[in-house]
Every structure is written in C-alpha cells, then in structure tokens.
Design a protein around this ligand. Sequence first.
Ligand SMILES: Nc1ncnc2c1ncn2[C@@H]1O[C@H](COP(=O)(O)OP(=O)(O)OP(=O)(O)O)[C@@H](O)[C@H]1O
Length: 601
Amino acid sequence: MTRGQQMRRHARKMRRHGLQPMIVINHDEALPDLAVVLVGRALWRYRSEMAPLYLMAVLAVAGAVLHAVHPQWWPYLLAGTTLFAWVLAVFGARVGLSRRGERLYAAVVAMGAGSWLAVATALAVGYGPLPQTLAVGAVVLAVPWWVHRRRRAKVRVDRQMAAWPEIAQSIGLAGSRVQSAVVDVWGWRARFALARGQTLQDVVAKVPAIESALGTFRGAVRVYPTRDDKANRFELRVLDTDPHADAIPWPGPSVRTIGDPIELGPFEDATAARVLFLRRHGLIGGVAGSGKSGGINVLMGNLTACADVVIWAIDLKRGMELQPWASCLDRLATTPEQARTLLRDAVAVLEARAAFLAAKGRRVWEPAPDMPALVIVIDEFAELADDAPECATDTDSIARRGRAVAVTLIAATQRPTQKAMGKGAVRSQMDVRVSFRVRERKDVDLILGQGMLNAGWHAHTLNAPGKFLLSAPEHDTPRRARAYLLTDETVTATARQHAENRPTLDPVSIRAIEEAQAGLGAVSTPPTAPVPDGPPPDAPEDVLWRMLTAAPDDGTPVPHLVKATGMSRPWIYQRLREHADAGRVAQITRGRWRATDEHAQ
Ligand SMILES: Nc1ncnc2c1ncn2[C@@H]1O[C@H](COP(=O)(O)OP(=O)(O)OP(=O)(O)O)[C@@H](O)[C@H]1O
C-alpha cells in the first residue's frame, strides 16, 4: 500500500469516528502531511530560536505546580539558583561557554529565571506583575540569544547534519553517519563514520557532490583522515567563506620566541601555515609583485616580537623594503660595503659562538634573551651576488655552519638561479622554502628544489598576490597558503612597539665583532667597551662618544645618535647603558643624553 493510500484509509477511519482530519498540501513534498505533524516538526526544527519561549513556558508551568504543591520551597530555589549562576559564571568555560560575555549571559539568565520561579512558587504565577515580568524578561534576555553568531552558525550546521542521511543516500555514501560537529571562525568541521566497505577515497571522489548537496561554493569542502587514522572514519571541513578570497589582515605576532613556529597565513582550508625558523635557513622566492615583500613583513612582524632574536638585514635596494623596520634591526646594510662588513661580522659571531660552545662542552646554542639567535634577512639576494660577489664565501659559511650556533640566513630573491645565489652552496642549504608566484614552470624547481614541479608543487599557477607554497621538513605536500597582509601603518606601528624590547647581542658575539672590526681576527681580548680610550678612528663607538662629550647642556636626543653613528637604537641604548653604568654619561631628560661633567668637553 502506498503512503497516499494509507493516508486516505486513515482519513476514512477518522470520519467514521466523527473526526474531520486537517490535511495540509505542501508543494515541496510529494505527499500531504497532517498539520499537527507539521507544527510538531517546526517546533522541533526551530527549537534553538524558540528556546527562550520554551523556557518561559517551563517556568510558568513549574511555578504553578510548585506553588500548588510546595510553596514553602522558595528559599531553596533562590539559594540553588544563586549557586548555579555563580558556577556558570566561574566554571562556564568547562561546558563550552568559552567567552566571558557568554558566561555572564548564562549567569544572568539563570539568576533571572530562578528568581522568578522562587517568587512565583511563593506567591502564585498570576500574582501582581509576575506574568508581565516573565514575558518582558524573556523577550529582553532572548535578544542576545537570537543574535549570537556562534549559536546561529551551530544551528545551521545542526540542520545540515540532520539532513546528512538524505545527502549520503543521494551521493552514494548511504549509511555514513555524523559523529560530532564543531563550528569555528571560517566554517565548521565534522567527524563521520563510514558504512561497511566505504573508504576515505570514496568520500574524496564525492567532494563535488557533497559541495553541491550542502550548497557551498566550489572548493569549500575538504576531506581528511581523522587523527586516529581509522579507515572507516573521516573528517569533513566546510568553509563558509573562502579564507583566500580577500587580503587577510595580519592578526599580530604568533610567537614570542624563535623556538616556536611562525604563522605566515592560512592555508586554503583555513588551518595555519606555521613554520619553524630556529636552526633553519630560509629561501623566499617569487616574481615582482607576487607578495614576497609582504611575506617578509609577516616574518619581520614575528621576529621583532621575539625577545631572543637579534635581527640584521641587508637590503641593497637602498633599504626600501626593510627600512621601515630599522628601529628593530640591530644592523641594516644598504650598500655592498656595509653588507660585506655585516657578513664578515656574522661569520666572526658564528666562529666565536662555536668556540664558546666547544669550550663549554655544549653542542648547540639555545637562544634566550641574553643569548639571542642571530637572524640575517637579505632582501634581493641576487643584488648581493652581483654587487658584492666576494660575500659568497661568508654566506656559504653561514649557510653551512650557522644552524648549531643559531645564526640563520633568510634570503629573498626573484629567481634563485645559481648565479643569483652566488657560487656557493647557499641554495642547497635552505631548509625552509617559500614560493610565491613564479613566472615559468622551471622556476618552481629553482625555489623549491629539484623535482618539485613534477611532484605537484605548481607555484606558477598561484593566482593572487600573497599566495604561496611552503616546503619545509614539516610541510611536505603542496598546499596553497596566503600570507597575512601588513599595511604600511601596521608596519610602522608594530616596529615602534617592538623597538622598545629588542635584545642586544650576547658578550661572546659582541666581542667577536669588536675584534673583527678592529682587524684583530680571532685573537682573544677582554670584552670591555673600548670607549672612551681606544676606539679605532670613526668606529661607531668613537662617533657616539664624540657626540656625547660635545653634547649641549640639555643632552643630545637618541635619534641624533642613531643617525650620526648609523647604528640601531638597541645598539645605542646598549652603549649608553654601559657608559651610564661606568658613570661616564647621564640621561638629562627622557631620550636625551650627554657625557658627565668630568668627561664633557
Ligand atoms: N598577502 C597579501 N595579500 C593580499 N595582497 C597582497 C599580499 N601581499 C602583497 N599584496 C599586494 O600585492 C602587491 C605587491 O606586493 P609586494 O610588493 O609584496 O610584491 P613583491 O613580490 O615583493 O614585489 P617586489 O619584488 O617588486 O617588491 C602589494 O601592493 C599588495 O597590494
């Protein structure tokens, strides 16, 4: 018997009993339904939206019953309510009320509902303005509930999950079941159990059908194995918004130490593209306009937030890209000559650290604020190879031997040909490769490594600035990511904020540099500040000391000292601190310094 025949028989039976059944014709469905069923379904389907009204009804009924049976219970109700509201406010996070506002709201609702119930129990539901209070209170407290974004998202997901059996049936995955679903910023994810004999590969093949059934945009659905790697489970990731559709503003630094992986931006499935730079060299490549400099800004925003990293930079395009970060850089070289000195000093640091570790019987340099890592960022590496080819030996040394002593190279270039990368082994030593869009297919292998194009790393197809592929020991499959974007204002504000807490190099490294600058090579001399007695002519220390001794009575401002010496603010402050500790200089007012009277000219 068909369902229609059943319905007609049911109607005949009701008429025999003198009842008139009400039938509603729903155009969306093949068969008519009873109105009562429809209403019941709607009440269930919209239970989340209707929850405040249901609560109101429950309170009214409970109040009536309690007043009739146990009117003297009201003090217990009030005490229980107060305790319950306090528990929600304090421990609500344990039951999923992750935000403070949510906990507060839950506590207010609990307190309001419980107090009303206590009063109604004592005095009767219809007493005085109690009905009106209940109605107004329910509507007022319902507003935050109705507008709450996470609740609305959750309801939408619940409804889609409730429809899953039908979807599964129509796409050929009948029998698969939803186990759990959670909502997050970009969309939602759910864990599913597969029916007997179904596999993850079957689900992957159905992704376009799932997208169509869920009504998402193309590319919104991803399918992954679950963490426990069970063959009859899978995780479905559904994006409500494409994370790569628009530029993604930088949310601020993701790290405070170089020992943590730095977050460069989200992958297409909205998970974070994080990569560790400690004891690793990095190569960033991509054509002009592909967002390389943007990527470097994300890196700089994070590195400058780390209290255990000293940053040196080489930017031979007159410091255009890295200049905005100057206040956070311990050194910035913008000419081939400065670059040469900087790299020579870096090798001196590397050797001194290696010797220090050997003397202490330690294998690796563990970065800490007083023993920071040294990261050397080189923008347009090809210019360095062209303008200062003799630097190749130093970059080579750093690339080969820098890891253990936490001296790291991060090089950016448009096309890292062997010529552009210098003659050395720098490119082969790069552990982290970030490829923004490249012009030609063969450039993929240049940036990411031999054979990567054939392995599916298609950096030539990246279709918007800031999109990149990331290859590193922990990232061995090609996944598109998009770098966060820092506006010029963000760069300026971040640099200003981070400049205050930049560390200076450790004594071992400082001494190595002073020796290298004094042309003493590796000869060991005590780590003393050479000022005021014997700095080499025109050494920055010398310039600084001259400025301080010749300062006017109200002192010389720090920016003048930075300009005159060509050194960074942290460097200046470190020297000022040393002089001040030795009683040679004094701070006159905030940011203005001069030599003390016995040293002043
Ligand atoms: N992560 C990003 N998200 C969105 N847009 C970006 C992103 N990065 C860069 N862009 C856009 O692309 C433009 C070019 O970016 P950028 O200057 O970083 O490229 P580049 O590869 O460094 O070029 P060049 O080598 O000439 O410096 C920027 O003006 C910006 O509008």
